[in-house]
Design a protein around this ligand. Sequence first.
Ligand code: NDP
Ligand SMILES: O=C(O)C1=N[C@H](C(=O)O)C[C@H](O)C1
Length: 270
Amino acid sequence: MTELPGVVVTGVSGRMGQMLVREILASDRLKLAGALERSGHDWVGRDLGECMGGAALGVLVSDDPLEAFARAQAVIDFTAPAATVAFAELAAQARAVHVIGTTGLSADDLAKIHTAGRHAVIVRAGNMSLGVNLLTKVTRQVAAALDEDWDIEIVEAHHNKKVDAPSGTALMLGEAAAEGRGVELDAVSDRGRDGITGARKRGDIGFHAIRGGDVVGEHEVIFASAGERIVIKHIASDRALFARGALKAALWGQGKAPGEYDMLDVLGLN
Ligand SMILES: NC(=O)C1=CN([C@@H]2O[C@H](COP(=O)(O)OP(=O)(O)OC[C@H]3O[C@@H](n4cnc5c(N)ncnc54)[C@H](OP(=O)(O)O)[C@@H]3O)[C@@H](O)[C@H]2O)C=CC1
Ligand SMILES: O=C(O)C1=N[C@H](C(=O)O)C[C@H](O)C1
């Protein structure tokens, strides 16, 4: 019998970290090879299962990525930009598939991740769900079919603990709309209007972020013109959705050539 690919989960105490552990333990195609938290975190050195409020799993939470990645075929990483950039370099050294769900990455962060992708497989997406990735395709098509008489606005809603805005998904949808229109998103992006802003600039793509309660993630792309509006919406009601997408990416990446990929590649939508 062949060995199942082993996965290390980073940021294991986080909302997504714990969800990923549950999905890996339930999977018959992947096994848990390690769990990481940052140095000083009170889970480090303790049994992961007990930290999560259940039975012991025999997996100790570690703060040593180098040692953990050396034993893994994949690293699934939903943490924070600084951590993800550091993990990208270490995962590439270990030749482990690095699945990145972290959002809020700067251009500089993305350049460093791109460099790591020369040596290993990286799958990165601001949203790992089938629905949102399909929505990016639809958004690109609709934007390409309409001219600038149609104003594009992207509205997203998330829970009150989210630290970045616009969401990674909103930016994916914005990129798709800009590509459809044949423009650079940076040149037309208008984020969070406030005060005497003047009339809307023709061709802009607007972004708006709502934060409240326990909203998992909702995204709306609005195409508005004189007399009519097209609204395309995605609602995520369970974080397990993102975790399952990440597991799919970790499996898909096994044996692929080094490089940067996204969920459209994984889902066969490219
Ligand atoms: N692509 C997708 O489909 C999705 C992406 N996300 C993204 O995933 C990320 C995490 O989300 P969520 O789980 O809700 O956030 P949480 O804050 O619940 O979890 C983040 C985890 O990462 C850890 N962490 C942060 N910084 C570091 C560091 N420098 N070194 C090691 N560990 C670190 C945190 O530890 P500590 O508590 O000690 O800070 C925490 O355990 C966000 O960027 C979010 O936008 C979320 C859902 C879906
Ligand atoms: O932080 C979250 O929770 C989420 N983040 C991702 C994003 O920034 O788009 C994906 C999802 O919407 C949940």
